[in-house]
Design a protein around this ligand. Sequence first.
Ligand SMILES: [Zn+2]
Length: 327
Amino acid sequence: MNVHASRLALGSIAAAAALSVAACSTSPDAGGGSSDASDAAAKSGGAPIPVVAAENFWGSIASQLGGDHVKVTSIIDNPAADPHDYEPTAADARAVAGARLTLVNGVGYDSWAGKLLAAQPGQGRTDLNVGKLVGVPANGNPHRWYSPDDVHQVIERITADYKKLDPADSADFDRLKSTFENTTLAPYDKEIAGIKAAYKGTPVGASESIFAPLAQGLGLDLRTPESFLDAISEGTDPTAKDKSTIDRQIADKQIKAYVYNSQNATPDVRAQVKAAKAAGIPVATVTETLTPAGASFQEWQVRQLKGIEAALAEGTGKGTGSKGKGE
Ligand SMILES: [Zn+2]
């Protein structure tokens, strides 16, 4: 899926990789010898640590936690590219070969990235696999960036890895993490807590498994059959039984809101969106990767959360408070 879009994204990846190499030559530390100059400089706090993230949602977080001390390249950075079935290029391989920290989602989501790491073993590189870190089994739900708890676990580990790779800048990494968690990401945590407080236990429907970790984080009761959520997420055919279950949930208004991935709206999903709207069930959207492409993790997530909150407010008739209804 979306092969053309994936290829289109490659030019910018190659450019970013070239930039990251150029950026490493500004170190004031001249004592390290030429071939290992960037390595020695990174240890002394001079040149940025080259970091490669398989997906831009993790890359955005890694970049904000590292500040000037890191140079992050995200391989999947185009909203039109599908991380589930991306095919890496020579430029991606070069970026990985030069990385000192890699950040991969895992859980079968980006097996192309695992192969890339194996083919480019690197030297003294740290590989962070999110699925392994948070303990999700190989057949589990891979969309860990939609789990607020997992996001916070990844933040802790990224900062710990940065401090190991660049101990001279440890105090700065602690400060960057504190600012990120207490200020930058605070609206995200606040939005989640607010939705949970107001709508805990509310029955909702969704198009695919990407929404399941967030529904859990928000305390919502996701009624859509898991086999349907997985089928849409994995690009396989959902069963007729699941589809009729969902049609009934919509027709009987058993769900108060319907959330779908607008980057993966199959004909079945589009039919459900249409049916939900016709039944007066508010619809909200999420996307697989950062949207628009230049958005930060928190800008993207907060905007989506506000959309979900508005749908819940309308669907439950609790639409009071500072936001008001609609629009
Ligand atoms: Zn997905």
